[in-house]
Design a protein around this ligand. Structure first.
Ligand code: NAD
Ligand code: UD1
Length: 337
């Protein structure tokens, strides 16, 4: 049973390749290396203890994708490939819609031509928009996204649901991730942002290693316990294991469309994260409070009950472990891969 992983050399994809291999699945990776590198592939293979099949291919290249399906018997696809920087998506909407939405259309067309109708998609808590109140449940309304990146996730969710509606042979699992951080225990793979990080944890680790002077905390006047933004941080290996569970369940009979939150159900503030990181790793994180970041909401955390009840999946790794593993990755690889 071979599983095609698009975007498999990226942050979440790389950890998922390892969890899938550990679970006994054969993995085939497609990535165009836009936001990753052959070094990531080499480390994934090292951690899996074997060479994984890899194609350097853009998911918009239908002929390239067809070759992958011709040369391998693909039973299901886990679709990570996409662009993910919120700010950049506002500057480059055409590129984001083309890569993420058009890329998914090309992938699904080639899947259909080859009779492969099982797809797990990387969605995001961002589809819940600004107005739902946490804990967020899968049944809450989606939409009202505030940037092109988020809108691509919302649009792809609708497209995949329409595909499954038109042809009940499709199985579509939409996984809405909350805030993935941490890294593989080995310190060999992790998140490798280009340039100055936008997200909190990679920013903190770069301050800790001395590449950046201090963290800016975006607002301390939110309606939260300490005034800073509250999010649901999830260890990337727990997230990867959620994909294995989702796939196991999808491949046992027709399931149609399923939607799951992948989060811990616990919210931590920016100051909680700073303090947990300092305590876990014995390093100081200088920070200053600045104004709010446009588009941010006060609080966002999941209700993960459905994933627990239906998939039998629960997170196992707490905040301290997330901070330790993020720091091990950064300190062993000060310049990334
Ligand atoms: P990432 O950038 O590390 O990985 C994405 C991978 O996809 C990269 O290796 C990149 O080279 C590849 N890729 C991009 N466009 C491609 C294309 N057209 N063809 C082939 N390969 C392509 O990102 P990540 O953090 O691992 O995220 C994976 C997925 O999860 C993305 O779809 C992202 O939007 C989604 N997601 C991420 C987060 C997060 O916080 N990291 C949160 C919610 C959802
Ligand atoms: C952001 C994106 C979201 C995307 C997710 C994962 C926005 C508005 N949302 O989520 O769509 O799915 O990343 O890529 O960009 N913070 C600081 N200082 C920093 C960085 C962050 O104080 O330098 C704060 C933020 O205000 C927020 C928290 O830390 O309260 C987490 O921020 P971040 O890691 O960027 O994730 P989200 O904003 O939740």
């Amino acid at each position: 049973m071979a599983i095609l992983i698009t975007g498999g050399t990226g942050f979440i994809g790389s950890h998922t390749c390892i969890s899938l291999t550990e679970a006994g699945y054969d993995v085939v990776i497609v990535d165009n290396y836009y936001n990753s590198s052959p070094k990531s592939l080499a480390r994934i293979c090292e951690l899996c203890g074997k060479d994984l099949k890899f194609y350097e291919c853009d998911i918009r290249d239908k002929a390239g994708l067809q070759r992958v399906f011709t040369e391998n018997k693909i039973d299901a696809v886990i679709h990570f490939a996409g662009l993910k920087a919120v700010g950049e998506s506002c500057q480059k909407p055409l590129e984001y819609y083309d890569n993420n939405v058009n890329g998914t259309l090309c992938l699904c067309d080639v899947m259909r031509q080859n009779g492969c109708k099982n797809i797990v998609f990387s969605s995001s808590a961002t589809v819940y928009g600004m107005h739902n109140v946490s804990p967020l449940k899968e049944t809450m309304p989606t939409g009202g996204t505030t940037n092109p990146y988020g809108t691509t996730k919302y649009m792809i969710e609708i497209i995949l649901q329409d595909i499954a509606k038109a042809d009940p042979a499709w199985n579509v699992t939409l996984l809405r991730y909350f805030n993935p951080i941490g890294a593989h225990k080995s310190g060999r793979i992790g998140e490798n942002p280009n340039g100055i990080p936008n997200n909190l944890m990679p920013y903190i680790t770069q301050v800790a290693i001395g590449k950046l002077p201090e963290l800016s905390v975006y607002g301390d006047d939110y309606d939260t316990p300490d005034g800073t933004g509250v999010r649901d941080y999830i260890h990337v290996v727990d997230l990867a294991e959620g994909h294995v569970k989702a796939l196991d369940q999808m491949l046992t009979g027709n399931k149609g469309v399923q939607i799951f939150n992948l989060g811990t159900g616990v919210g931590y503030s920016v100051l909680d994260i700073i303090h947990a990181f300092e305590e876990a790793n014995g390093v100081k994180i200088p920070y200053k409070i600045v104004g709010r970041r446009p588009g941010d909401i006060a609080t966002c955390y999941s209700d993960p009950t459905k994933a627990r009840e239906v998939l039998g999946w629960e997170t196992k790794r707490g905040l301290r472990e997330m901070c330790e593993d993020s720091w091990r990755w950064q300190s062993m690889n000060p310049n990334g891969f």
